[in-house]
Design a protein around this ligand. Structure first.
Ligand SMILES: Cc1cc2nc3c(=O)[nH]c(=O)nc-3n(C[C@H](O)[C@H](O)[C@H](O)COP(=O)(O)O)c2cc1C
Length: 225
């Protein structure tokens, strides 16, 4: 990447002079002129004179039917400072592997289903995702659902998305305590007290969304995202 291309000097091969003349050293190190990096100065840390480390690129992908997951994705993106959130239906799945880490979000519409639980764009790409090589990359999931009207299936799709990223070798982070919710059951529970990611309920508990996101993002930052 451009930010690792900085070198202090250039080695130039110098031709030998003809017979009788003094033999020059075959390799001479010629210092770069002082202003050779003009325009790239911003990439230097003035105190250490070393290259500034590149910032990790976190990608944020979602799907939605009525827009709530997209709205939440924007809030998470601002809180985290990720790249612009993208609808998973609009991207080539292979590009997900280009990011240093991922945050992904899905609503649940396909109530009670074993597979294709989201009922949105995620359902079309899940198999492609498990075929990616995301070895060790930190990935966190969030899900939107309705813990009252669909209380036995709360955020079920979140687990399906989680599992496919895990199958791709990702380091799944962002597990979230399930105590402060109204649901009766959910496939997204890793155990009785823990969701595999951040569960959000914009239908009944939108007043809790902002605080939940803030706390989750803080947690993610401590988990490598
Ligand atoms: C027909 C229908 C089925 C739904 N099924 C579920 C469900 O099984 N589990 C759940 O947690 N929420 C369910 N929901 C609630 C949605 O997931 C919730 O409203 C979500 O915020 C929608 O997100 P979106 O606007 O991004 O599509 C359902 C809603 C409707 C109208």
């Amino acid at each position: 990447m451009h930010c690792t291309m900085i070198a202090q000097s250039v080695t130039v091969r110098v031709a030998r002079k003809p017979m009788g003349s003094r033999v020059l050293r075959a390799d001479r190190v010629i210092p770069r002129p002082r202003n050779a990096f003009k325009g790239r100065v911003a990439q230097f840390n003035s105190r250490t004179r070393g290259p500034t480390p590149c910032r990790a690129q976190v990608g944020l992908f979602f799907s939605t039917s009525t827009g709530k997951t997209e709205d939440v994705a924007s809030i998470i993106s601002k809180e985290m400072g990720t790249a612009e959130p993208r609808d998973i239906s609009d991207v080539k799945v292979s590009t997900l592997a280009d990011f240093d880490g991922l945050v992904v979000g899905a609503p649940t519409w396909n109530t009670g289903a074993d597979s294709e639980r989201s009922g949105t764009g995620w359902d079309d790409v899940l198999n492609d995702i498990s075929g990616l090589d995301l070895n060790g990359k930190p990935v966190a999931v969030f899900g939107l659902g309705d813990s009252v009207s669909y209380g036995e299936y709360f955020c079920d799709a979140m687990e399906e998305v989680y599992r496919h990223f895990k199958d791709a070798g990702a380091n799944m982070v962002g597990h979230w305590p399930a105590g402060d919710y109204q649901h009766e059951d959910s496939k997204a529970l890793l155990d009785e007290g823990t969701f595999c990611g951040l569960a959000l309920d914009e239908d009944n508990e939108d007043d809790k969304t902002e605080d939940r996101i803030k706390a989750w993002v803080k947690q993610l930052k401590g988990e490598g995202l």
